[in-house]
Structure formats: structure tokens, C-alpha cells
Design a protein around this ligand. Sequence first.
Ligand code: SF4
Length: 398
Amino acid sequence: MPEPAQAAPVPADALSRDDPFTVDTTYWHALDDGRIQCDVCPRACKLREGQRGLCFVRGRADDRIVLASYGRSSGFCVDPVEKKPLNHFLPGTPVLSFGTAGCNLACRFCQNWDISKSREIDTLGASASPDALAEAAARLGCRSVAFTYNDPTIFLEYASDVADACRARGIKSIAVSAGYINAEPRADFYAHMDAANIDLKAFSEQFYEKVTFAKLGSVQETLRYLHEETSVWLEVTTLLIPGHNDSDAEIAAECAWFAEHLGPDVPLHFSAFHPDFKMRDIPRTPPETLRRARGIALDHGLRYVYTGNVHDPEGQTTSCPGCGKPVVERDWHVLNRYDLTDTGACGHCGHAIAGVFDGPAGDWGAKRRPVTLVEKPGKHGKHDRRPMLTLTPRGDRK
Ligand code: SF4
């Protein structure tokens, strides 16, 4: 299979190991022609001194690959965990969401392009050490932290350290990712994670190569790895784009592969596209398309299939596979009915619902609360910014 198109490395922009947010990394090797190859993702950027990779946040400085966004963020927000989306992981609870900048895919329909395609360091105006972030999550009452606005694959060193700091406080970590990552860093990174929502952006290599500039096969490997070889709770999302990945045949092929390799208990979300970035000429996904896709998935034996980014109570209901009764009803991100025990068993027949359940459902609702973390440098090295942490909620909004 041919390699997908590789964007030219982005020229250096003050890439320096003296920068307090820049750290050395592990996954790279030197090539015979003098370039250094980053080995984090299948993009395999081959860089000369001073160049950055396609993701922008990794680059070559002093003959090694560095990460230039350690401890930097594009912002923080407390969301319902259903927004990630995760419907079977600590339902109804708040999650502290954050991201950095850049991305290792180049999706023409990106719904977060202001962050993922950012080349402006201003986007990374917020900063937080791993301990400060975990402390903030604890003080905000969050059960988990999510690496979500851009792909944590490209800042895996930072995300892993945040996850470790969270784990020490009993807070779980969620990766929201496209799953485009090589085997060795994948095993390293997901050892720190408790849950993941992986985008399966389509079910054709042609779509992946032309619209995302990546490879479907690599994403399938990540999905199988997570399901077969880890205890990470896995849910999968497919954004349906009218005329591009929403045919009956393609959805059926995805569901057949899903049923065979991931089984009936991994939740699958079909979510609605809105026109954005380089695909503004494509209309919004009609709700009927989502319902059609859900029907195909149910016909393939998948038990937990949801529609997203629309109001669709039926498509957002969890029914018990044992007795068939509805046990969790949702409207967008709000829980309306919740008939599960504290361990996730059906309240009617006792059948175990797949997922991670620990106590009663949370009552965070649909709130989205932006949070500002303010830190000032400490006295003990370049990443010591913990002591001056303050939280500034910027108000509630839906
Ligand atoms: S992580 Fe970034 S620098 Fe490394 S191969 Fe992928 S796109 Fe290139």
C-alpha cells in the first residue's frame, strides 16, 4: 500500500530545548541521510535540524526529537463525560477536558481546526504542570481528565504524566484520539489511560488517504490492540459526512468488521457532521442518516449503538441485552432515566451492562464550564509551576 501524502515539514519557529515547555522525547531514530525520523505515528516525519513535524508540536532540536508543548494547553473546561462521547464510563460525571495544539492528521472536515491546525503559540496560552492539573481536577470534583481537543498521540509524554498524577489521586484518564499511532508508543501511552474514544473516521482507505491523509489499517490495529490487549474501556465514534462515508455499503462493512473484531459490547457512536474547515460546502448530517446507520449496526448484532450531536432520545437510549428494557435514557448529554445498580447491572433483571460503573450516576447534566488555571513559576526547575495554582471558573454555559 502506498504511503499517504506527507506534508512538508513545517519550518522552525523558535524551537529550542531552552524553552521551559520543551522536553526531550524517546521515539525517534537517526537516518543514514542525516535526517531524524519521528517514530510516534505512521506519518514518520523525517526532519532536519530545526524542522517541525506535521503535527507542529514535535520537532528536531540539538539532533533529537523534542516535544514543544509539555505543560502548555489551549484551555480547560469541565464537561459531562457523555460529551467525549463515553456513554458507559462513569455516567453523568464531570470530566476536566483539555488539549494542546496541533494534530498528526490533516482532516479536511476537522471540527476543532482552530486548535488542531494552530501554528500560533498564543493558542497555548494556558499552562499547567501534571500535578497542578490533577489537583485542579480533584478540586473541581471531576472523576476523570480527558485529553480531547486535539490528539494526545502528539503530546503523549505530557498526557502520560498528567494521567499518572491523576491516578495517584484516584482520578481516571480518557484519551480521545484518532488512533493513528505506532505500536511501541501506543503500548506505552495506553498503559496510562483508563478509557478511550477512538475516531473511526470512515471505512475505506480511499477516504482516509484523501480526506484525512492517514491510513485506515493503522487505526484498525489500534482498535484491535485496545480491545484485545488492554483493559482500557473503549468506545468508538464515526462522524457521518453526507456523500463521503455514509453509504449503506460502507456502514455495513464497518459494522461487520466491528462485530467480528471488537465484538457486540463495544459502544459505537454515529455522530452528525457540521460544515467546517475545508468542507464548508457539505450540508449537516440529516438525523435520518444517523438513525439509518444505527439500524444497520443493530442488525449486525452490536448492542450499544448511539446517535450523537442531535436530539434523538431513542438513538441515545441504552437497552438491557438481557431483558430488553431501557435502562439509561439520554437527551444529548443529559441522563433522564437511570436504572442501573452501582456496579452497572440492569435494575430490572440484573444483567451486567458492559462498561465502567462505580456508584450512582453523576448529576453533572449538560453544563460546560470553562476554567482558567493560573500558575506562576516555582523555584525548583523549569516545570515547577505548582505552588501558585488558582482556579477561575469563567461561568456556566450550555
Ligand atoms: S507525531 Fe508528529 S512529528 Fe511524529 S511522526 Fe507523527 S506527525 Fe510527524
